[in-house]
Write a protein that binds this ligand. Structure first.
Ligand code: BV8
Ligand code: ZN
Length: 247
């Protein structure tokens, strides 16, 4: 871990009142959830076009559900890691911390972060394709679950490629990126839009953008500071410098 980069990141964070944190699949990697685009990522075994689109669901709902049942079952065994908990703790240290996540695993909320903006929905919610019925929880709903209100098919309440983000989520994310003093982008390749463009909102305001990612990403070239290491250790190292009395 590059100590000079950690110092630079800490310097920017110590001077900030409010923080906007954009996270991607790499934030959950150290909780044991495979990322999408790394070598052993989810997409290397599955093709997003086959599974994470409304067309795929219309074509073969049982096959799509199979994949989501697998991921929901895995999530039942997964815990947030110390990095998630540091971000939750920082709500008591900064004036404001707004987490905006692309992840659908709910780990930020479970770690204690409040008001998390879930740009791509959540695995632990399913909804009816026709009416307003939703059901929370990670129980196995079976291969082709139906709505208890109208009998139509249920689907995972996540945002598939080609679908709009949940109403209000994008506006809230833009508001967070437009009102923070510093941006922190953790564990995203910066490929998926419009999520990745939040970093441009922060940079266009002339504010520092700190990246935590062991690899270079689409965002690295624009980041003020890039820390090439895993987010769990980096967040703990920054936290020790920011809040020496807390550790
Ligand atoms: C939209 C939920 C408007 C599902 C996901 C052509 C036609 C239609 C649309 C498009 C198009 N071209 C572009 C688009 C837009 C499209 C898009 O961006 N496509 C990309 C692939 C080019 N976006 C959309 O469709 C979005 N909607 O645009 O609406 C619209 C409407 C109609 C028609 C047109 C436009 C919706 C996108 C949402 C897709 N849903 N997930 C599910 O999960 O099942 S996206 C999926 O990818 C996850 O949410 C994931 O989080 C997200 C982003 O990926 P990352 O999080 O960045 O993960 P990745 O594996 O890529 O990277 C992980 C990183 O972590 C790596 O860099 C790695 O180095 C790092 N890392 C690893 N370990 C660690 C680490 N970092 C720190 N610590 C570690 N230990
Ligand atoms: Zn229904």
């Amino acid at each position: 871990m590059d100590a000079a980069q950690i110092e630079k990141a800490t310097h920017h964070l110590a001077a900030a009142g409010s923080l906007c944190v954009l996270t991607g699949a790499g934030m959950s990697a150290e909780s044991g959830i495979a990322t999408f685009r790394d070598r052993d990522g989810v997409w290397s075994k599955f093709n997003p076009a086959e599974l994470a689109t409304p067309e795929a669901f219309r074509r073969d709902p049982v096959r799509v559900w199979d994949w989501y049942r697998l991921r929901r079952a895995q999530l039942r065994e997964i815990e947030p890691h110390e990095g998630h908990r540091v971000l939750a703790e920082w709500e008591r240290w900064f004036d404001a911390v707004q987490v905006v996540t692309q992840n659908v695993d709910g780990l930020h909320t479970r770690a204690g972060s409040s008001g998390v903006i879930e740009l791509h929905g959540r695995l632990a919610r399913s909804r009816c394709v026709r009416c307003e019925y939703t059901i929370e929880g990670l129980d196995d709903l079976g291969p082709d679950p139906r709505c208890l209100e109208c009998g139509q098919r249920l689907r995972p309440s996540v945002v598939w490629f080609g679908e709009w983000l949940p109403p209000g989520a994008w506006e809230a994310a833009i508001e967070a990126a437009s009102s923070c003093d510093v941006g922190l982008v953790i564990g995203t390749s910066g490929v998926v839009q419009p999520a990745a463009s939040l970093t441009d909102v922060i940079l266009s305001r002339g504010l520092p953008l700190i990246e935590i990612n062991p690899n270079t990403s689409e965002i690295s070239g624009r980041a003020t500071v890039s820390i090439r290491a895993g987010c769990r250790d980096v967040l703990m190292a920054i936290d020790r410098r920011l809040r020496p009395e807390s550790t």
